[in-house]
Design a protein around this ligand. Structure first.
Ligand code: PLP
Length: 385
């Protein structure tokens, strides 16, 4: 099996699995218990906290564990807005981009229904926002700007650090969804200038069921779930096995990024892209021309006449050949709606439906890419015929 859908989720690193196993067995204590079983669990959580903090250049006390990045995004956005509402009720405006993950976009739709004024920044054909649009949008009534650092469908990098400067100059808070950046490129909360930043363990070879929110010291934040855990920021007994796995995954991710994993991934990604574009010159890379994370390519396929090809049929055939890719975001696949990200970039519905996303990991090999390049043409020929 060749798995090229790492933006949907990643396989557990073997070291992560080994670190989790004791916590699914004898090391089952509750981190809040005072006895030795509890203390051991508490120790595991605090080691993981230090490791996740170190992945993003933060202090351990600034990390709050959640059950997912979706939850981290909610805690960041809703928690910060509740706090701002109390002290600065004149700030009734929130800003995001048209290409965020549904975890953010659907929440912003809900904020709008609750009476917040919402700006969704448009993107250009390469998936980039214009900072000039942001400068016009943000004013003294803006409470928060939420922006992703890297798009999950195209891999396009968004200017999160520059957006933070614009927002903070007008007294607004900044939340960065760094789910697709961490583990792929260096991710540093100070370089990004983020007040709040979300991470997900399962996108960097950790387990599902663990996310984290970085909260810069001094950032106002109300809990959404009350309880004494996580410095009262997120109640609920900690998911110790998943958090322990997240800690190891973060340590490995940091070592991989420092060891040049980005360069190796981009060499393979570029080889895949070049191979596909050479075989089907009518095809195009979505987001070409923009800076992108090194592991992702989103390609819209066209036949010899430049007509979009139904990517869903291609995806099914690839799957039967043991190659797993996706049409866009995992959550969008299976539905009939075309990707909101690709439509925002100006693609037609047919072009969006002709798109496949290939997302590599540090475990992807040159042989994997060569197999894909060998398997694709016959499948493609049958479809285009
Ligand atoms: N943000 C981005 C950019 C993502 O790609 C994802 C996952 O697809 C999420 C948030 C949600 O992460 P989780 O699966 O941990 O809820």
């Amino acid at each position: 099996m060749i798995y090229l859908d790492n933006n949907a989720t990643t396989p557990l690193a073997p070291e992560v699995r080994n670190a989790m196993l004791p916590h699914l067995g004898d090391a089952f204590g509750n981190p809040s218990s005072p006895h030795s079983a509890g203390m051991a669990a508490k120790q595991a959580v605090s080691e993981a906290r230090a490791s996740v903090a170190s992945l993003i250049g933060a202090r351990a006390a600034e990390i709050t564990f959640t059950a997912s990045a979706t939850e981290a995004n909610h805690l960041a956005i809703l928690g910060a807005l509740r706090a701002v509402e109390e002290t600065q009720p004149q700030r009734t405006h929130v800003v995001t981009t048209a290409v965020e993950h549904p975890a953010t976009l659907m929440l912003f739709d809900d904020l709008e229904r609750q009476g917040w004024t919402v700006t969704r920044l448009p993107v250009d054909a390469a998936g980039r926002i214009a900072l000039s649009d942001l400068r016009v949008a943000v004013d003294e009534t803006t409470a928060l700007v939420s922006i992703m650092a890297a798009n999950n469908e195209t891999g396009v990098l968004l200017p999160a650090a520059e957006a933070a400067d614009v927002a903070q100059a007008r007294g607004a808070l900044v939340h960065v969804d760094a789910v697709q950046l961490a583990g792929r490129l260096p991710t540093d909360v100070d370089a990004l200038n983020a007040d709040l930043l979300s991470l997900s363990a399962h996108k960097l070879h950790g387990p599902k069921g663990a996310g984290a929110l970085y909260v810069r010291k001094g950032t106002p934040l109300h809990p959404l779930i009350h309880g004494h855990q996580e410095r009262r920021r997120r109640g609920g007994t900690e998911n110790v096995p998943a958090i322990a796995g997240f800690g190891v995954a973060a340590r490995l991710a940091r070592a991989a990024v420092e060891g040049g994993a980005a360069a190796s991934m981009s060499i393979l990604r570029d080889r895949l892209e070049r191979g596909i574009l050479a075989a089907w010159p009518g095809s195009r890379v979505n987001g070409a021309g923009a800076e992108r994370v090194p592991n992702t390519t989103s390609i819209r396929f066209a036949d010899g006449h430049g007509h979009p090809i139904e990517a869903e049929a291609l995806l099914m055939r690839l799957d039967r050949a043991g190659i797993q890719v996706s049409m866009g975001a995992a959550c969008a696949s299976g539905g009939n709606e075309p990707s909101h990200v690709l439509l925002a970039m100006g693609l037609s519905r047919a072009e969006a439906a002709a798109t496949l996303r290939f997302s590599l990991s540090r475990y992807t090999t040159a042989a994997d890419i060569d197999t894909v390049l060998t398997e694709l043409p016959p499948l493609f020929a049958r479809l285009a015929a």
